[in-house]
Design a protein around this ligand. Structure first.
Ligand code: 4AD
Ligand code: MG
Length: 480
């Protein structure tokens, strides 16, 4: 008969039915009378218990049902005698679909370190932890689309290959068909990108925002959700060279509307995960609690994973300006022996992650939206405030994560925008198409970018961003 997924079997099976399941063996134990196999098919975190009677299933088959092997089991659903589950399957037949040599298969039924699993990223999804993470990642992505769809936003696909550096930070990966060992040269001996595929220099996108703005000034409310690339050589637990970003862009929104949307959006998707990923979150909550136990007392967080998620969905975010944040930091007395030991900042310098964590985790103990940053540390497209010193930027900081969202109201005035581009040496000629939005039917508009992996980190409680994306791209790391 037809295969049923273990998730549905657990939800609806009743004793007496015949069923077929397929999956990968997590573990096997035997005594003289019977063999038990814990089978997982990835549809949920639970394994299903297979009971094999050696009178019915040959020893040869049972021997091959090792950890990691893929098998097909047909049999009868019966009430379980054991405590772990309500029902189990009494096998009439077991077929080995794919063997796994126990001497060689790296994922054994024991606790493996995350470092070891990272080296085995091609197989780590077969563990409970990574199964849970990637199922949650799916649900969060689905919730993103559902949220915007319900609000009447349109999903825009922006290009991956582009000629612009939207953030102007010079952290792009070049895309080229030229042989860089022996490239064509122009009369000044520079590489002649005119002979390249696109007849110009191109790179992987760092953000879909500029194209998103074009779309918002036609469809009113749009969002992008795609991979973005940054060649920043920072080996941290929060940075990837390839990450996914969600970028809503809205015409007729000001900075406050933008903050309201971002807060509501974050609360919605986290609530969605709480409602739809209960078992996986319970597993990761437990895992996080075990990890907390191993930490020194002063580093332990006060809340468990689930508590933290519920807290964020139920409490308003704090909203302060950069200048207010600066005053708090200036007047704080960080304890050198503990986690926070930063030097006092000067007005105008960017906040370091230590500052951000102090504000979120020690001072407010809540998500914080910081607005109106000094213009010198933010991108060219942000709306300049009346004071001449700050721009209508916002960053959202989350406990344990730091910056999770960056956004702003955009500079919709052509003269102000071009003046700022000139100051920063950003070519008006190159961005002529972007400036056209300000030439034809410009209007106040705003948007933000949510780093999807940082969100997945927050929701799963994983400490390292490499563990929330299936195939992390970091310096020196792109094998598979
Ligand atoms: O603050 P960022 O650089 O903002 C932008 O790219 C704007 N164009 C967004 C917009 O207004 N439409 O990046 C936005 C977010 C950050 O807050 C962070 O969560 C994430 O993207 N992010 C990264 N995540 C992982 N690895 C990296 N290297 C990241 N860089 C940024
Ligand atoms: Mg930022």
């Amino acid at each position: 008969n037809k295969r049923i997924k273990i998730k549905y079997l657990l939800e609806s099976a009743s004793a007496g039915e015949k069923s077929t399941i397929m999956g990968w063996v997590r573990s096997r134990r035997s005594n003289k009378h019977v063999t038990f196999i814990a089978l997982n098919d990835g549809s949920c975190i639970q394994n299903y218990q297979v009971v094999a009677d050696p009178e019915k299933i040959s020893e040869d088959i049972l021997k091959k049902a090792n950890t990691g092997a893929c098998i097909k089991v047909s049999g009868s659903i019966v009430s379980s005698q054991g405590s772990g589950q309500q029902t189990e399957i009494q096998a009439d037949q077991i077929e080995i679909l794919g063997e796994a040599d126990p001497e060689k298969f790296p994922i054994q039924p024991k606790k493996h370190s995350l470092e070891f699993l990272r080296e085995n990223a091609h197989l780590r999804v077969r563990t409970n932890t990574f199964g849970a993470i990637f199922r949650i990642r799916h649900h969060l992505a689905f919730a993103v689309h559902r949220y915007f769809h319900e609000k009447g936003f349109f999903y825009m696909h922006t290009p991956i290959i582009t000629a612009s550096d939207a953030e102007g930070a010079g952290e792009t990966f070049q895309v080229t068909t030229l042989d860089l060992k022996n490239p064509p040269r122009d009369e000044h001996n520079n590489i002649n990108f005119g002979e390249d595929f696109f007849e110009r220099a191109t790179n992987l996108t760092v953000s879909g925002q500029l194209e998103g703005e074009l779309a918002a000034l036609a469809l009113s409310e749009i969002y992008t959700f795609g991979p973005t690339f940054r060649a920043e050589n920072s080996n941290t637990t929060r940075h990837l060279a390839e990450f996914w970003m969600i970028e809503p862009e809205m015409a007729f929104y000001d900075a406050e509307d933008n903050q309201d949307l971002a807060e509501d959006f974050l609360q919605y998707i986290i609530q969605f995960a709480l409602e739809n990923c209960k078992d996986d979150l319970a597993f990761l909550d437990n895992r996080a609690a075990e990890e907390e136990k191993e930490k020194k007392a002063e580093l332990r967080s006060e809340m468990g994973l689930l508590q933290r998620l519920e807290f964020v969905t139920q409490n308003e975010f704090v909203r302060i300006s950069y200048t207010e944040a600066f005053e708090i930091l200036k007047n704080s007395k960080p304890n050198k022996k503990k986690k926070f030991s930063f030097p006092i900042v000067d007005w105008g310098t960017d906040l370091q992650s230590e500052h951000e964590r102090y504000l979120v985790e020690k001072h407010f103990k809540k998500p914080v939206i910081i607005s109106d940053y000094p213009k010198a540390i933010k991108s060219f497209y942000m709306k300049q405030n009346e004071d001449g010193k700050t721009v209508a930027a916002m960053d959202i900081l989350f406990p344990g994560i730091g910056e999770i969202v960056g956004g702003s109201q955009r500079e919709e005035r052509l003269d102000k925008l071009t003046e700022r581009m000139d100051e920063l040496g950003i070519s008006q000629e190159e961005l002529w198409w972007y400036l056209d939005t300000r030439r034809f039917g410009t209007t106040p508009h705003a948007g933000f970018g949510l780093g999807f992996e940082r969100l997945v980190q927050f929701v799963t409680g994983m400490g390292n961003i490499r563990d929330v994306i299936p195939f992390p791209r970091t310096p020196g790391n792109a094998e598979f």
